[in-house]
Design a protein around this ligand. Structure first.
Ligand code: ZN
Length: 363
């Protein structure tokens, strides 16, 4: 009996092996065939968003953002390039400078189609000094600055880490911090992470990070001296082995650009409060500024902050009624005074940097 059982088990095991190999092959083949139907490519390490895979859908989404982008000038800064090509992926499939440029060029194409004007720090593999980049942007007439990078971990042997993060300059308590940069970073990071399928970094709850985390009190060179809303995007980690393969695929680079494009478009559509100087006078011996607030979402008086020469203005010097802020700046007419105002509405969005420089005048 035992002998019989052993031989029948042997038979079953051989039968299984005999069937399993071809069945497995059929399974793999059909699995691959399903993928290739939707992406027009072999099995891949990423899912292509439908509005990238379908050209007509892609164009209609771009057209839907036309009102958000028309009239805007955006400066794109693909990081590194030229003599700076040292950041390479572990198996040499990609160089960071090249993928930054690819994403930048795809993004330009999308933005221009949507009606924006785009200026770039480089359009080819050329050297542009780090300090030169914000200067170029400041002199370009652009209104928004986006620096495009890919990341590497602090520990060079780390092949696991891979996330999407977007940097803004300084921290809340620093005068140089403009909350609108963080707002823009939130929108861009969310759509970039979603469209590529990478998670947002864990350094914050939304993947946005202050550049002070990397260079305390100093921040990134490209964000420090910029005079317009600015962010630096670290799309993903070229040091991760699967990511390196994805990044070597131009379709994936296009998906990265798509994420930045959609995030930016959604930010431009968002109810960001706008400030406009209404009057600048001396009333009863006090320098008085009236600033009109245009916000689709309510603004509470306690969400208005004002600074005179970097010092917070006391609450009693800030009045808010009928969507007009009135600032009592005392004897500010006697000296040069830089006035900065930050309004955050109920949607949690803050105005673009609003700074007025007052010159001394006779009372
Ligand atoms: Zn970089």
């Amino acid at each position: 009996m035992n002998q019989l059982m052993r031989s029948s088990r042997r038979f079953l095991s051989r039968l299984f092996t005999f069937l399993a190999v071809p069945l497995g092959a059929v399974f793999l083949f059909t699995g691959c065939a399903t993928v290739s139907e939707s992406t027009n490519s072999a099995c891949s390490l990423f899912d292509v968003p439908p509005d990238i895979a379908d050209a007509a859908k892609h164009d209609s989404v771009i057209a839907s953002f036309a009102s958000a982008f028309t009239g805007k000038t955006i400066f794109l800064d693909p990081g590194h390039g030229g003599s700076d090509r040292k950041n390479k992926s572990p198996n040499g499939l990609v160089t960071e400078a090249d993928i930054n440029l690819k994403v930048g060029l795809y993004l330009r194409e999308m933005l221009v189609k949507a009606g924006a004007k785009v200026i770039m720090s480089r359009e080819t593999d050329q050297t542009v000094e780090l300090k030169q980049r914000p200067l170029m942007a400041n002199n370009s007439g652009a209104q928004y600055f986006i620096s495009i990078h890919h990341n590497a971990p602090g520990k060079p042997s780390d092949r696991f880490t891979n996330y999407t993060s977007t940097y803004y300059h300084a921290t809340e308590e620093d005068y140089e911090h403009h909350p609108s940069n963080r707002d823009m970073a939130k929108f861009v990071n969310r759509d970039l992470a979603f469209n590529t399928g990478r998670p947002a970094g864990l350094a914050s709850f939304d993947g946005t990070i202050s550049d002070y985390l990397i260079y305390p009190g100093d921040g990134f060179a490209v964000l420090r001296t910029i005079n317009m809303p600015a962010i630096l995007v670290e799309c993903s980690f070229f040091t991760n082995l699967n990511e390196e393969i994805r990044l070597a695929d131009t379709l994936y680079n296009k998906m990265e650009a798509w994420g930045i494009f959609k995030g930016l478009g959604k930010y431009f559509r968002a109810p960001v409060p706008a400030l406009n100087l209404k009057s600048n006078t001396i009333k009863s011996g006090k320098k008085t500024l009236e600033i009109a607030v245009n916000s689709k979402q309510p603004v509470e008086p306690w969400n208005i902050r004002a600074f005179a020469n970097k010092e917070p203005l006391p609450v009693e010097k800030i009045k808010f009624a009928n969507n007009v802020i009135t600032l009592d700046l005392g004897d500010a007419f006697k000296r040069e005074t830089e006035v900065k105002v930050i309004v955050t509405n109920k949607a949690g969005l803050s105005n673009l940097p609003f700074i007025i420089n007052l010159t001394p005048e006779a009372n």
